[in-house]
Design a protein around this ligand. Structure first.
Ligand SMILES: [Zn+2]
Length: 65
């Protein structure tokens, strides 16, 4: 006999298993320099500041997609 499940997983059991699969929304913090929302422990994409110093220069003439 092939190794197969003995019983079909019921809808209730399947759904209970998937109750932990939901993704939580990404945690965002406000930049102390420009008050833009950014991912914590990353350089702010709006002003290029991290930990009070400028890490990279921002090109002002950015075309929005
Ligand atoms: Zn910023």
């Amino acid at each position: 006999m092939p190794p197969l499940p003995k019983r079909k997983t019921s809808k209730g059991r399947r759904d209970r298993r998937r109750s932990h699969l939901a993704l939580k929304p990404q945690n965002l913090t406000e930049c102390p320099n420009c008050h833009n929302l950014y991912v914590p422990h990353r350089v702010c994409p709006n002003c290029g500041y991290y930990n009070g110093e400028q890490v990279f220069e921002i090109k002002e003439s950015k075309k929005s997609k």
